[in-house]
Design a protein around this ligand. Structure first.
Ligand SMILES: Cc1cc2nc3c(=O)[nH]c(=O)nc-3n(C[C@H](O)[C@H](O)[C@H](O)COP(=O)(O)OP(=O)(O)OC[C@H]3O[C@@H](n4cnc5c(N)ncnc54)[C@H](O)[C@@H]3O)c2cc1C
Length: 431
């Protein structure tokens, strides 16, 4: 039997989980000769979606209706509503009157869906390279190379879908240590020795994660002192108003993709405040109330250092000393804490990290970014008869929803349609 899969997907986060479901639903409706074989390689030992930030009260920033499937197929058995029904919580959820479940509950939904595909996912497998399989001058398949606990595995595919997500970013000059963390590892680190003993924290950053971390530490760690440090004057609210929210509609992807470069730039500039360096307004108000209450009581634990930058981080034995520089003046002061949490965001994982031996087959724009077709396939030369698709890392071509969940159901369906069409085309050529 030919061991070449139609799809080998790199990463098994929500994006490629949505793809797994789209493949399953395509196969259920397709004639046997048009069914697709897909397998998945995931570096984590089990399914997990931003586990380090599954904070007790944190809620989703999209409606549950933007789950893994509903926008593509509301009749799917993988909807959030079916999950609630199976967990016997549907009625209770309705009474809750919310579109925004907690992140913990959404994680449980994703985990529930992922469990259905356990036989197609290789966990603990980190993809390190993709190599072209060549016949004459033609690239006819791709070998995806992964390292895992059992050693190296190579999986051959006609198409690769890269869904490696985002990676944490630390401020320039700051490195991770047992006392200097990125917010993505918060819960793991808090349960470690330094975390359990800590009561004084600095939280650097002004986005959603930083506000969530400051609120969480202030509330959960008894008698903690929490210093929020950022260069803005205040936290800025996320624009989730209805007209602005349309930038995350599937139709916005078409408009963005077709727009000239100058319009794409404006689009990203006008609506960056739907996602970047912004905070849910309820959380901003909650933090403000806490600061004010403490001022009234004369016992301050939550400190906001605005218009401020951290210019030095010195670890000293049992703590960290930060140099906090006021931006609107010459003044600065030293701040001693037990732990520093850098809630300084993420960037899309560079596809080059996994593309390895096929990176040179991929065409780039003048500014060095991958040239992406509407179906999320990287443009390659005519001699490449395989598809290399990106789920994420396509903000420059497909717009703001690239790294988010908003369009993942629809995008997964579009990729499956494209792969299925390519398969039919090849079958037609052969017959
Ligand atoms: C705390 C937090 C909350 C968020 N909340 C929301 C929200 O409410 N709504 C929203 O739309 N977006 C949210 N986001 C944005 C987030 O990017 C998406 O929710 C989602 O994670 C995107 O899914 P993904 O599958 O593309 O990426 P990821 O979830 O990052 O998954 C990528 C997967 O690829 C794996 N991987 C990476 N490299 C390799 C490799 N070389 N080999 C094998 N596997 C690899 C990773 O281990 C990971 O499991 C949030 C982000 C964070 C950090």
């Amino acid at each position: 039997m030919d061991d070449t899969s139609d799809i080998v997907a790199v990463g098994f986060g929500p994006a490629n989980l949505a793809l797994a479901i789209a493949v399953e639903e395509h196969n259920a409706a397709a004639a046997p000769e048009h069914r697709l074989r897909a397998r998945f390689l995931e570096r984590q030992p089990r399914f997990g979606w931003h586990r380090g930030m599954l904070l007790a009260d944190a809620t989703m920033q999209i409606s549950f209706l933007k789950d893994l499937v509903t926008l593509r197929n509301p009749g799917s058995r993988f909807t959030f509503l079916t999950y609630l029904h199976e967990r016997s919580r549907l009625v209770d959820f309705i009474n809750h009157k919310t579109l925004f479940p907690t992140r913990l509950e959404f994680h449980d939904y994703l985990d529930w869906a992922a469990a259905e595909f356990a036989d197609r996912v290789e966990y603990g497998a980190t993809v390190t390279d993709i190599r072209p399989v060549v016949a004459g001058e033609q690239v006819v398949a791709l070998d995806v190379v992964a390292e895992g606990p059992a050693g190296r595995v190579v999986r051959r595919a006609r198409n690769v879908v890269i869904g490696t997500g985002i990676e944490p970013v630390l401020p320039h000059g700051i490195t991770r240590s047992p006392r200097v963390w990125h917010s993505s590892e918060l819960l793991d680190r808090l349960s470690g020795p330094e975390g359990r003993a800590a009561t004084a924290f600095a939280v650097i950053g002004a986005g959603q994660s930083s506000a969530e971390v400051a609120a969480y530490l202030h509330q959960q760690v008894p008698d903690s002192q929490v210093h929020a440090i950022f260069s803005r004057y205040g936290y800025s609210p996320a624009d989730d108003s209805p007209f602005a929210n349309r930038v995350f509609d599937p139709a916005a992807v078409d408009e963005f993709f077709a727009a000239p470069e100058s319009v794409k730039e404006k689009f990203l500039h006008y609506h960056g405040n739907t996602n970047y360096s912004v905070v849910d307004v309820e959380l901003i108000e909650d933090l403000y109330r806490r600061v004010y209450r403490e001022r009234v009581a004369g016992h301050r634990r939550l400190h906001i250092h605005h218009l401020s930058q951290v210019t030095r981080v010195d670890e000293r034995g049992d703590g960290v000393v930060l140099r906090v520089q006021a931006m609107a003046g010459e003044t600065g002061h030293d701040l001693a804490v037990d732990v520093v949490v850098c809630a300084t965001g993420y960037r899309p994982m560079e596809p080059d990290v996994v593309l390895g031996g096929v990176a040179d087959l991929c065409k780039r724009t003048g500014s060095g970014l991958f040239r992406i077709e509407r179906d999320y396939r990287i443009t390659t030369g005519d001699n490449v008869h395989c598809g290399i698709y990106l789920q994420g890392g396509t903000e420059h071509s497909h717009g703001l929803s690239s790294s988010l969940l908003s369009t993942s159901a629809v995008r997964a369906g579009e990729i499956v349609d494209s792969v299925a069409a390519g398969r039919k085309e090849r079958a037609g050529v052969r017959s």
